[in-house]
Design a protein around this ligand. Structure first.
Ligand code: FE
Length: 151
């Protein structure tokens, strides 16, 4: 089985067969750093999951009335109890769609679509790339980027 190590802007990774383990440095931005990783490794489809800790996170909630996201930033130390998401290509660029669940100091949870967050502590991810390129197109009716498997 082939094993390779890689390094990039704020991340390091080990590829085992087709699957990657990715570690993000403390004080790095999750979305920015993982986007650097998928671009570096030319990943255009697949799944990601992860855990870790953050010092700040901005979550979004999609409002179907306004067809816009409402954003809210939380500035506190939180456990990342789960990040789950996928990779697709939007307007020619590889894009991550990530959702996050955060554990606060009082053991309650926050959850939502992840706009951005800053790792503070560990950031540990597993990437399962799929050997294809999958495109998302903005759906005019809902305003949401949706898979278009015909493209
Ligand atoms: Fe989302």
């Amino acid at each position: 089985m082939e094993i390779q190590n890689f390094k990039g802007n704020g991340w390091s990774a080990r590829k085992v067969a087709q699957v990657y383990m990715v570690s993000i440095q403390s004080n790095s931005n999750i979305v920015e750093t993982l986007t650097d990783f998928i671009k570096n490794q030319n990943i255009q489809a697949g799944e990601v999951s992860g855990i870790g800790a953050v010092s700040e996170a901005t979550l979004r909630f999609f409002n179907f009335e306004t067809k816009n996201y409402a954003d809210k930033t939380f500035q506190e130390q939180m456990e990342v109890t789960n990040i789950s998401g996928n990779v697709s290509v939007i307007e020619g660029n590889p894009v991550l769609h990530l959702h996050i669940t955060l554990g606060r100091a009082d053991y309650t949870a926050l959850a939502g679509h992840l706009l951005e967050a800053t790792i503070h502590g560990a950031g540990e991810f597993i990437f399962y790339p799929l050997n294809t390129r999958v495109v998302k197109i903005k759906d005019q009716e809902t305003g949401i980027n949706l898979y278009d498997f015909e493209k």
